[in-house]
Design a protein around this ligand. Structure first.
Ligand code: AMP
Length: 305
């Protein structure tokens, strides 16, 4: 049975430089990328705040993908801004500036129907806001979250509270090591699982993703791309594909989770092929299916005789 997805996270204006180009004050944010990717799988309800500088037309890509924006509140102040750059190693973003703007004061209030959401994604944002959203959801079936160094360094106690209440954490490798205080990734994932989430998915940029859970370890490579223009939002698009598939299929089984990791990788691989949301905005369903099949070919091999 297909369920809708609730997401809370940032909606932002990003300024991004990569060796292959740049984008100035383009639409970004963790909830934005997540919603765009997840919209290929199920209906998405976005909860976030923007400032008075955010025009209705700025949300056009989300609206065109049918994302429900009733929970996108305009409040006094400036929209969240993030400025980052990447070197030739596109795996790690260097944050140059984070301006919280309206997220410094935003107190989310869920409309009645959203309180009954079964599938919830707490995208990268202040862990106190993540918890406030979770407090309002009455009976979630599956909750996952993401975070980053900014919150690990600035709000560790609040983040630990969020982690104690989620089923899954999706996080990149450097941040998994930082959160666990442990350089070895296998040990880091085990330490994080002890903090709450029974499933930990570690995203490793061009090296793929690894999922750690009760059922053991599952690993996929990244899609071999010839052209990567802008890695911004790769993690959020991954999460959109992952959660989108789980919400659409309703199958929280070993197989379902493995498919979700592959679909997460598919959505991330599409997103990084262009700046901002451009690639996700022009994605077609058949491209998603084709890349899913490519992953099967990429990783399938025969038994030894
Ligand atoms: P990703 O590349 O998937 O890790 O996410 C990039 C997006 O995260 C960008 O569009 C940023 O606007 C957003 N972002 C960056 N820093 C933060 C932060 N501290 N809190 C929430 N969102 C952020």
């Amino acid at each position: 049975m297909t369920s809708p997805l609730l997401v809370v996270g940032s909606v932002a204006f990003d300024t991004v430089r990569t060796p292959f180009g740049s984008g100035e004050e383009v639409l970004g944010g963790s909830a934005t990328y997540f919603s765009m990717a997840a919209s290929f799988f199920t209906s998405v309800h976005l909860v976030a705040a923007v400032g008075e500088d955010f025009k209705d037309s700025d949300a056009a890509p989300l609206r065109e993908r049918g994302v429900d924006l009733a929970g996108l509140t305009r409040i006094p102040g400036r929209t969240f801004r993030w400025e980052g750059e990447y070197g030739y190693d596109l795996n790690t973003a260097k944050t140059l500036r984070t301006e919280l703007g309206v997220f410094a004061t935003f107190r989310p209030k869920l409309a009645e129907p959203l309180r009954e959401s079964a599938f919830v994604f707490l995208a990268n944002i202040d862990p106190e806001i993540q918890t406030e959203v979770l407090d309002q959801v009455t009976k979630p079936r599956f909750v996952a979250c993401d975070t980053m160094n900014f919150w690990i360094e600035g709000k560790l106690e609040a983040l630990r509270k969020t982690l104690s209440r989620v089923d899954a954490l999706l996080i990149n490798d450097a941040e998994a090591r930082q959160l666990a205080g442990e350089p070895n990734l296998v040990r880091a994932a085990a330490a994080i699982r002890r903090m709450g989430p029974s499933t930990v998915v570690v995203k490793r940029g061009e090296y793929g993703a690894i999922m750690f859970s009760e059922e053991g370890v599952f690993s996929v490579p990244a899609y071999p791309l010839e052209s990567v223009l802008d890695p911004t939002g790769a993690g959020d698009s991954f999460a959109g594909g992952f959660m989108g598939h789980l919400a659409r299929s309703g199958r929280l089984t070993v197989e379902g989770f493995r498919q979700a990791v592959v679909l997460g990788s598919v959505m991330a691989s599409l997103n990084v092929e262009d700046f901002s949301l451009r690639r996700l905005a022009r994605t077609r369903e058949d491209e998603i299916r084709a890349r899913y099949r490519d992953f099967q070919d990429l990783t399938g091999f025969a038994e030894l005789a």
